[in-house]
Design a protein around this ligand. Structure first.
Ligand code: RB5
Length: 142
């Protein structure tokens, strides 16, 4: 499974830990940055990650900022993207099972790294249930 990851400076401190976790669990990971702790603008990274997922280059994206909110707002502007902010494993599971989410957004200033890795695992190991949820997901784009 191919994953693309990106963060702003708010998510930068935890990004490498998530990359390491993914690689240890046999995911193929590409890191779209940011590559340094200096302040940067989260929409730039979120749009790049969103476009790459929407283009089918990756199965899923992971975006991290301080809260997860800014990157999710920006990624959701890319047609075909269903980015979900998750601070708990139940939401992560449901984001896949009911919403067919394709980008997981995390808040490095909200969630500790241990829980964040559990959230990543729950998200990537959950499948979309389809059925009545497919009809609702189809209506999201409007
Ligand atoms: C950066 O200070 C912070 O605003 C950003 O990481 C994010 O939390 C925005 O939603």
């Amino acid at each position: 499974m191919k994953i693309v990851i990106g963060s702003d400076h708010g998510g930068f401190p935890v990004k490498q830990d998530i990359v390491d976790f993914l690689q240890e669990n046999n995911y193929t990971v590409e890191d779209f940055g940011t590559y340094a702790a200096e302040s940067c603008d989260y929409p730039d990274i979120a749009h790049k990650v969103g476009q790459a997922v929407a283009d089918g280059e990756f199965d899923f994206g992971i975006l991290i900022c301080g809260t997860g909110i800014g990157v999710s707002m920006a990624a959701n502007k890319v047609p075909g993207i269903r980015a979900a902010v998750c601070h708990d494993t139940y939401s992560a599971r449901m984001a896949r099972a009911h919403n067919d989410s394709n980008i997981l957004c995390l808040g490095a200033r909200v969630t500790g790294i241990g829980l964040m890795l559990d959230i990543v695992q729950s998200y990537l190991e959950s499948d979309f249930e389809g059925g009545r949820h497919a009809r609702r997901v189809d209506k999201i784009e409007g």
